[in-house]
Design a protein around this ligand. Structure first.
Ligand code: CU
Ligand code: CU
Length: 470
């Protein structure tokens, strides 16, 4: 910072200090003349004090507890009971600019850059809950300068919710060779508290309780009759837009319904393909980010060529107030959604959702695999890739009436779009589904395809090395 810039800052600090003195003086005067205010002043004496040192000898952007139970603890969890007056003192331990902020209590220290300088915040906590204290200097919270203040009975660090991950093998049987007919589909808009990650839950909006919603499978020329209900326990209206439908809103104009209501409409499938469906109730991006998307496969006349295994995988982003990895219940963040700055990227609704043994994709050497892959989004295009495989056929943009691309490494799938890919399995092992924008891997976007069978050193041989990720 230049000297020119420093001067106004110093002036602002002096002014702020002057205002502070004025306010405190005002309070002190009231205290002597008014017994009620006097009682308030007594209550304002801190009943709980915590001290946080910035950085300390850790060399990291963190807070280190000083004294008591939190002594030496990095980003200690502070606890209090409703009614406590909490005083948090920040001591600068690293000579970098920092503060301590807790938004819910409108509490913020001055920003301090001098080693050993300190400032305090004092506030009353009334409501049971989990709050976050953090440094508001740009980038510092993201780098790790935050911790929790838990008021009342701690609910425990971790939270458990409903299992919302749809098993990727949950694919309807092929339609095969039949005449067009009317197909009835029942869908229920359900809002559930689901498991986002290990120890972390959030409120999901779903079709039929899982993410993605059920895969639907019809043939071209079928009439699809949709019965969409919105559960009475829902907080929001919901609707559905089928990209496979031809008509305004893809059906959303017929289906925006309040909790407890049911809508019925139908559409004829005019073209084959793999199509996304999603809730179209404003804020649409909020409803999609909360899990309201799925796909319908409209088979061409005569059906698709048979394969040994079919899988159903969709990608989405999740925008939470709390940083990636926070334990407990986390909250949707509208501002981060508008900024397109998600905390999580997910396959089938949850961080690392397709890596557990019972949710991974399973197949065997010699088999052919078909993946119906779509992006709910709402915002990010996927560079879909399977680590260790070459996709023999990619039905680009999920067009089933064009010849497929052959021998593809990575394929682009836009939000509200899909692809159908096929490959045969030559060797066993763990193959990893990713978006090749690999930062997203570190935010939860990963799935496993586990392949059983005998190795074939002529195709893939050598000695496994440490850290091979095998
Ligand atoms: Cu919705
Ligand atoms: Cu759409």
């Amino acid at each position: 910072m230049t000297r020119k810039a420093l001067f106004p800052l110093a002036l602002a600090l002096v002014l702020a200090a002057a205002m502070f003195v004025t306010l405190t003086t005002g309070f002190a005067l009231a205290k002597t003349s008014d017994p009620a205010a006097n009682a308030g002043a007594e209550a304002a004496a801190a009943t709980l004090e915590y001290t946080l040192l910035t950085g300390g000898d850790t060399g990291q952007l963190v807070f280190v507890g000083v004294g008591g139970d939190i002594d030496g603890v990095i980003n200690p969890t502070l606890t209090a009971n409703p009614g406590d007056v909490v005083k948090i003192t920040m001591i600068n331990g690293d000579g970098m600019l920092h503060d301590v902020v807790i938004d819910e209590f409108d509490a913020r220290t001055e920003q301090i850059a001098d080693v050993d300088a300190q400032d305090s915040i004092t506030f009353t906590v009334d409501e049971v809950g989990e709050y976050v204290y953090y440094c508001s200097v740009p980038g510092h919270r993201q780098a790790g300068m935050w911790g929790k203040l838990i008021v009342g009975t701690p609910t425990g660090d971790s939270a458990t919710g409903a299992d919302i991950v749809r098993n990727p093998a949950d694919v309807p049987a092929p339609v095969g060779d039949r005449e067009p007919q009317t197909v009835r589909v029942d869908l229920v808009a359900e809002e559930v508290i689901g498991q986002l990650a290990d120890g972390t839950t959030m409120t999901y909006f779903t079709f039929n309780g899982q993410v993605p919603g059920p895969m639907l499978r019809v043939r071209v020329g079928d009439t699809v009759e949709i019965h969409l209900s919105n559960e009475t326990s829902s907080q929001f209206p919901h609707s559905i837009d089928f990209h496979a439908a031809t008509g305004p809103g893809g059906g959303a104009v017929y289906s925006n319904i309040n909790p407890g209501e049911t809508a019925v409409f139908s559409f004829k499938t005019l073209a084959p393909g793999l199509f996304v469906y999603h809730c179209a109730t404003p804020s649409v991006a909020h409803h999609i980010a909360s899990g309201m998307y799925g796909m319908i496969l409209v088979e061409p006349e005569g059906g698709l060529d048979p394969v040994d295994r079919e899988f159903y995988v969709m990608q989405g982003e999740i925008y939470t107030e709390e940083p990636y990895g926070t334990q407990g219940f986390v909250h949707f963040d509208h501002d981060k959604m508008l900024a397109e700055a998600p905390e999580y990227f997910v396959f089938n609704g949850a961080a690392a959702g397709l890596t557990a043994d019972d949710t991974a994709l399973h197949a065997a050497v010699g088999e052919t695999v078909r993946i119906f892959f779509g992006v709910g989004g709402p915002n990010f295009t996927s560079s879909f890739h399977v680590i260790g495989e070459i996709m023999d056929r990619v039905y680009d943009q999920a067009s089933l009436t064009s010849a497929p691309l052959t021998d593809v490494q990575t394929t682009l799938v836009p939000p509200g779009g899909a692809t159908m890919v096929e490959f045969s399995l030559d060797v066993p092992g763990r193959f990893i589904l990713v978006d090749h924008a690999l930062s997203r891997l570190e935010r939860g976007l990963v799935g496993y395809l586990m392949v059983d069978g005998d190795p074939d050193p002529a195709i893939f041989g050598g000695e496994l090395t440490e850290g091979s990720g095998h």
